[in-house]
Design a protein around this ligand. Structure first.
Ligand SMILES: [Zn+2]
Length: 637
């Protein structure tokens, strides 16, 4: 696709950035804010069950899940969750440390704190909250930030509890871990006044910098999550959930613009072909017998399980199902997504991609004849239990009717490659109810004044301070401010005598390059980093070895830097060991020493350094060599 004029297509983007806070305890209980990785100490199985009064407000997709008899298996351990998470004890008071951090973010974004924080309930029935709702509260309103000379309005700053984290799905049972439930999140929402993909990314980066400036946020993958609202003038509002990397935002927006433009193109083509919604009929054809001996795996597997094969004709859709909407995603993919979501159907085939997948040309001809396909028509086939097939094809037809109207409003989930996939229809504005179990918290002017006193510097001020105080260049200072490791840098500079540029480079460029090579750098914690620098500072290992030690620790996070030095053989040699080695090399090369005298120094230095590079300071080696060589010469003369 060529270059897009974003102004002409009327692109508007709004951001919602969610950042986990690094508070001592969770939002409504005294459990710590960390995850557990081992086996759960307890599991609880529950059926999804919205109460009667809530049924009217839940979105249709969630209701559908409920009707399908979804069950949830909660996994917990006793250290990271208590009776509050499992909803067997009322929530405790709102954690004041989390409010202070939200207030800090509010003041840094020039938002106006509200007088009284009232916790609200937002209905969520996917099972990610044991209560059936998420607790959220507005902390401040009407702020703004400057990004590249443009004022971006910040609509609101909220504090909310994180949901349980999904760890699997088996049949009707969804599995969640309760460790993440209740960790406080700050949510920063911008107005939808961002007009290009690049600007969306710049604004997200600027907000990320402000959040990190509080030094009260968690770091690493999954601790910051972006939701984007993307709309085009002739398109619709798409809500994209869960972009995990700030660097992907520009690409995600670009892909969504392309998807909407392609859908607008499909609509125009369908109109010009004269299709009307009435032409799309729910007439399903049972073609099970036709595929009885099919060599298509998906179909034969479904038949073996006692399923059926159902087909539907899509009049005037020929050629449109293969139109690419995003890299690797076609209009046919949107149909398949819907079939999977509403019918639980894994395999969907359409005539634009056939013959293929074990379905022969003959079978395609027969299929087209069976459902009455004309030249311009397409057909879609699904194989599963009969009821599921019907749900799936109804959803496919509904998606095709939407194609005639343009771009459907929907919620999509971000993939790791910057594309998106269908998640559910866009719910109406979430209804909120006051959380009566938690008393409101007054935000007094004294409290705000106190937060103001301790306000951390804004990112650009911080950059300047780092340059002045530590003598590092602007690029390194900027990278530190943008990285997760600023506090590590400050600790290392306080505790060691290492060179500031060296420490900053390791914490920014070296860690980034390790990540690019596929090293799991997210498993490195502060302890690893600080101890490794400490060992380099004490001369236990060479500065040159720090990057290798960190790479090893990232792969063996349960062990420490001293283990890394042992395994990698990167310990520095002691003075005694060095002296012994130098003496040996002089003795072995005595002929050379006698012949060249002091002239032999450079050669022998080369031999020794070849053996001890990374394990000895060259200055020390040179000094020992000079002394030992002088000794050897004087004893021979
Ligand atoms: Zn708890």
């Amino acid at each position: 696709m060529g270059k897009i004029n974003y102004e002409a297509v009327g692109l508007k983007v709004g951001l919602e950035i969610h950042q986990q806070l690094d508070t001592r305890t969770k939002m409504f209980c005294s459990c710590p804010t960390r995850l557990f990785l081992g086996e759960p100490s307890k599991t609880v199985l529950r059926r999804l069950r919205p109460t009667q009064s809530e049924l009217g407000q839940v979105d249709p997709a969630a209701m559908f899940e409920f009707q399908r008899g979804r069950m949830v298996l909660y996994e917990m351990d006793y250290e990271t969750s208590c009776l509050v998470e499992i909803d067997e004890e009322p929530p405790h008071e709102l954690n004041r440390e989390s409010i202070e951090t939200a207030l800090t973010v509010s003041l840094l974004t020039e938002s106006l704190p509200i007088d009284e924080i009232q916790v609200m309930r937002k209905i969520v029935i996917d099972g990610s909250n044991t209560t059936g709702f998420q607790r959220t509260c507005i902390v401040a309103l009407n702020g703004s930030i400057e990004v590249e000379g443009t004022t971006i309005p910040i609509n609101q700053i909220c504090l909310e509890e994180d949901a349980a984290r999904k760890t699997g799905e088996k049949g009707p049972v969804v599995q969640y871990r309760l460790d993440r439930l209740g960790i406080p999140l700050v949510e920063v929402t911008t107005a939808p006044v961002i007009f290009t993909p690049r600007q969306a990314q710049e604004v997200a980066l600027a907000i990320g910098r402000i959040l990190r400036a509080t030094r009260k946020v968690k770091r690493g993958l999954g601790t910051i999550r972006q939701d984007l609202n993307v709309s085009l003038k002739e398109g619709a509002l798409t809500e994209i959930k869960g972009v995990q990397k700030l660097e992907l935002i520009s690409l995600v927006v670009e892909n969504e613009v392309n998807r909407q433009l392609s859908l607008i193109g499909i609509r125009k083509e369908l109109m010009s072909r004269g299709l009307t919604e009435a032409d799309l009929k729910n007439q399903f054809h049972t073609v099970t017998d036709m595929f009885r001996n099919s060599s298509c795996r998906v179909i034969s597997d479904a038949l073996e399980e006692g399923g059926v094969v159902l087909a539907v004709r899509l009049p005037k859709f020929s050629g449109l199902l293969k139109v690419e909407l995003e890299p690797g995603l076609r209009f046919g993919t949107e149909l398949a997504d819907r079939a999977r979501f509403w019918g639980g159907v894994g395999g969907l085939f359409h005539t634009d991609e056939l013959p293929g997948y074990g379905i022969s040309q003959n079978e395609v001809e027969e299929l087209r004849g069976w459902v009455g396909c004309g030249k311009d028509d397409a057909a879609v086939v699904v194989a599963d239990e009969s009821r599921n097939c019907e749900y799936a094809l109804e959803a496919v037809l509904e998606r095709c009717r939407e194609a005639l109207r343009g771009v459907p409003e929907e919620t999509r989930a971000a993939n790791d490659d910057g594309t998106t996939r269908y998640m559910r229809p866009r719910p109406g504005a979430a209804r909120m109810y006051p959380e009566t179990d938690i008393p409101p918290v007054a935000v007094t002017s004294d409290w705000i004044a106190k937060v103001k006193m301790g306000l951390p510097p804004m990112p650009d001020v911080l950059t300047k301070q780092l340059m002045d105080q530590y003598g590092i260049n602007r690029k390194l200072a900027d990278q530190l401010v943008n990285s997760d490791h600023l506090s590590t840098f400050l600790t290392v500079m306080k505790d060691t005598a290492l060179n500031s540029s060296f420490v900053a480079t390791i914490l920014t460029e070296s860690i980034k390059s390790l990540e690019r090579e596929g090293t799991p750098v997210n498993s490195l914690d502060d302890r690893h980093l600080i101890e490794t620098f400490g060992l380099a500072s004490q001369g236990v290992t060479a500065k040159e070895s720090v990057q290798d030690v960190l790479a090893w620790l990232a792969r063996n996070p349960e062990l420490g830097p001293r283990d890394a030095l042992d395994k990698l053989g990167l310990k520095m040699l002691s003075r005694e060991e060095l002296e012994k080695l130098v003496r040996q090399r002089i003795t072995e090369n005595m002929a050379l020493v006698l012949q060249q005298g002091k002239g032999a120094e450079a050669r022998i230095m080369g031999f020794v350094m070849g053996e001890v590079r990374g394990k000895a300071d060259p200055k020390v080696v040179a000094e020992i060599l000079k002394t030992k060589l002088a000794e050897a010469l004087s004893s021979k003369s």
